[in-house]
Design a protein around this ligand. Structure first.
Ligand code: GAR
Length: 200
């Protein structure tokens, strides 16, 4: 059984979908811890599913390296096979990536490499894009630059707001994430092989 730690910052609706999938008897992964950089709203899902939670409070970019060290200590206690960034709105410090890569995934509400960063949905609308999408990637030291594991297009409607477009993207992200975690758990997807192939 693949063990997963999920890191969030906000509502955790994608986390919730993963928790629901992991509760199904034939799903080959389980969530063993939920962490955040603040007292996130999404911790309600941790409580609902009886999953341990931890907070490593963000204290500003000057303390980023210390935050990373604290995050490593919290994750080392859990020793997950896989870490999923599910709406964690922080760039992981290099020490965290070095410690856990390639076993860190990120979900992103755009068809990478289009619209990386913290405001992907807003940026797609501002660019007048007719389509955007959802991606699940391996985390590296860049901003949403790691190898893409799964992605799908989502159409932008003329009357879309950031909220309405994001609401259509999220179910796609959830489906992709649940499937990618399953494929990793059953050995269909080898993160070390994917990342070394991406380097060549
Ligand atoms: C998701 O769309 C996730 O991809 C995005 O935040 C949302 C979290 O929603 N993450 C990023 O934009 C990271 N750059 P949720 O808290 O409801 O799951």
């Amino acid at each position: 059984m693949l063990t997963v730690a999920v890191l969030i910052s906000g509502a955790g609706s994608n986390l919730r979908a993963l928790l629901e999938a992991a509760a199904l008897p034939d799903y080959p992964a389980r969530v063993v811890a939920i962490g955040a950089d603040r007292e996130a709203e999404g911790f309600a899902h941790a409580e609902a599913f009886g999953i341990p939670r931890f907070v490593v409070p963000w204290r500003g970019s000057a303390a980023r390296a210390d935050w990373g060290d604290e995050l490593i200590r919290a994750l080392d206690e859990v020793q997950p096979d896989l870490i999923v960034l599910s709406g964690l709105m922080r760039l992981l410090p290099p020490a965290v990536v070095a410690r856990y890569a390639p076993c860190i995934l990120n979900t992103h509400p755009a068809h990478l490499p289009e619209f990386p960063g913290a405001h992907a949905v807003r940026d797609a609308l501002a660019a007048g894009a007719s389509t955007t999408g959802a991606s699940v990637i391996v985390v590296d030291d860049g901003v949403d630059t790691g190898p893409v594991l799964a992605q799908e297009r989502v159409s932008v409607h003329a009357d879309d707001t950031e909220q309405s477009l994001h609401a259509r993207i999220k179910p796609v992200e959830r489906r992709l994430l649940i499937d990618v975690v399953r494929r990793i758990a059953v050995g269909e997807l080898d993160l070390a092989a994917v990342t070394s192939a991406a380097r060549t």
